[in-house]
Design a protein around this ligand. Structure first.
Ligand code: FAD
Ligand code: NAD
Length: 158
């Protein structure tokens, strides 16, 4: 099977969009990710999947911590920035909860300690134990068939 067929099929699964944030020696990195799921209620666990080439791997391995920031529909530019889809670099201001950076104005900031890792093909699965959560009201940024969407566009489309 070719890669495009696989990606097209996976793209049929509509998701939200997150930015994973982590910091090493006070320097913050962000990375856009839609491979995110809730795993367990007791204990409270979530899962993310990060490609082997992503710089984020090294930071999470060294710090053992990361935050999943669930994006609102107003944050598409941040998704594009942290996916390397914008030509121009931008300065982003982060908030801090202790030593963990979080993206302000996200629908949710889910702070995690690494609970377990598993290398799966060309990605590493990180199971995070949730240590803290912050939430805001708003509509989500969506990703479907390789394109950004929002709830309103589909409601209007009938
Ligand atoms: P880098 O290439 O180091 O950084 C990515 C970009 O963020 C760069 O342009 C960098 O300049 C910018 N950046 C980083 N930190 C800062 C900062 N502090 N201030 C300002 N700019 C900063 N990949 C996966 O592995 N798993 C997924 O689940 C996944 N889901 C995705 C979902 C969507 C909708 C999209 C568009 C992409 C997804 N990707 C996913 C791809 C992933 O986002 C990119 O491959 C990413 O750029 C690679 O991450 P990196 O750690 O190498 O980041
Ligand atoms: P796309 O058509 O590549 O993505 C559709 C779906 O395919 C994604 O939602 C994801 O489920 C899956 N997918 C895509 N690339 C993958 C990969 N390398 N490993 C595992 N699953 C993958 O959408 P696009 O707009 O062309 O994506 C933009 C960029 O972001 C591409 O370079 C893509 O590879 C990357 N991306 C990576 C992941 C991931 O690593 N899990 C997820 C989404 C997008």
């Amino acid at each position: 099977m070719d890669d495009r067929t696989f990606r097209n099929a996976m793209g049929k699964f509509a998701t939200g969009v997150t930015v994973i944030t982590a910091a090493l020696n006070g320097e913050v990195r962000g990375m856009t990710a839609n491979a995110f799921m809730s795993v367990s209620l007791d204990p409270k666990l979530i899962l993310i999947s990060i490609g082997e080439k992503a710089k984020m791997n090294e930071i999470i391995k060294q710090t053992g911590k990361f935050t999943v920031n669930i994006l609102s529909e107003e944050q598409q530019d941040l998704s594009m920035l942290f996916a390397g889809q914008l030509k121009e670099k931008q300065n982003v201001t982060f908030d801090w909860v202790g030593d963990q950076p979080v993206l302000p104005n996200s629908l949710a900031n889910i702070l995690c300690d690494v609970y377990n890792t598993h290398v799966a093909g060309d990605h590493t699965l990180y199971i995070g134990k949730v240590t803290d959560i912050y939430m805001k009201d708003g509509d989500p940024l969506l990703f479907f068939e390789g394109k950004y969407r929002n709830l309103a566009s589909h409601a209007n489309a009938g």
